[in-house]
Design a protein around this ligand. Structure first.
Ligand code: ADP
Ligand code: MG
Length: 227
């Protein structure tokens, strides 16, 4: 059996505040395999975003171990972590985080500069990813000329463009209406069928139902792991 894509052991993140410590993650143990489709669920404040930020090396654990994509994040240098963020993970956020005065095509292709790809290769890959999310006919549009659902699809294309091992999405439908959420979830479903590992945060049951596994967080711990 091959090693899991993600292995967390006693993963802990404590925030030190004036009024005392906040145990945002209180010792999480979990393995996630290549190709899984996981929903991270739980009430507000249960540690979902903290968990995602550790998986994506946007934050460091206070203690415990976290191995992602073959190497221990806790033992990587800042340069290695930057490379990991750039190459191994793609992020999708609730608020899209697109560049406003920039076309959909450039929003997707610009981050690829850090991969050292030629501009022709970046453009080709960005076009390919925009086609994958159904926006082949909107590549010259700016974010303000796109609906919320279309903007989120641009953000998904951007997250995919660098061919990450894992797609991490923190409440990707949180700013969308029900029908648009379903459209965006259909894209995640297709990407997972294509073999991409997806971990997404949601507190909505109908969104979580798209995933093949649900991890329920409570007070910084996984209290249910349902397949
Ligand atoms: P969720 O995403 O499930 O809503 P979070 O992971 O954002 O929860 O937060 C978990 C806990 O950690 C909460 O109690 C939250 O207030 C606290 N927390 C999150 N980020 C910070 C921070 N930067 N500083 C202090 N406390 C934080
Ligand atoms: Mg959150």
């Amino acid at each position: 059996m091959s090693a899991p894509l993600i292995r967390a052991r006693k993963l802990t993140r404590v925030y030190q505040l004036g009024g005392g410590d906040v145990h945002a993650l209180a010792g999480v143990d979990v393995d996630i395999d290549h190709g899984e489709y996981v929903a991270v669920m739980g009430a507000s404040g249960s540690g979902k975003s903290t968990f995602m930020n550790l998986l994506g090396a946007l934050d460091r654990p206070t203690s415990g171990t976290l191995v992602v994509d073959g190497a221990s994040l806790g033992e990587r240098t800042p340069d290695q972590l930057a490379a990991f963020r750039n190459e191994s993970v793609g992020f999708v956020f609730q608020q899209f985080n697109l560049l406003a005065r920039t076309t959909a095509l450039d929003n997707v292709s610009l981050p690829l500069i850090y991969r050292g790809w030629s501009s022709a290769k970046r453009k080709r890959r960005a076009e390919e990813c925009l086609h994958m999310v159904g926006l082949g006919d909107r590549m010259d549009h700016h974010p303000s000329q796109l609906s919320g659902g279309q903007q989120q699809r641009v953000a998904i294309a951007r997250a995919l463009a660098g061919e990450p091992s894992i797609l991490l999405a923190d409440e990707p439908t949180g700013a969308l209406d029900t029908q648009t959420s379903e459209d965006v979830m259909a894209i995640f479903d297709q990407l997972n069928r294509d073999g991409i590992t997806i971990i997404l945060v949601t507190h909505e049951d109908d969104v979580g139902a798209h995933a093949k596994r649900r991890l329920l967080f409570r007070d910084g711990l996984i209290v249910e792991d349902q397949r």
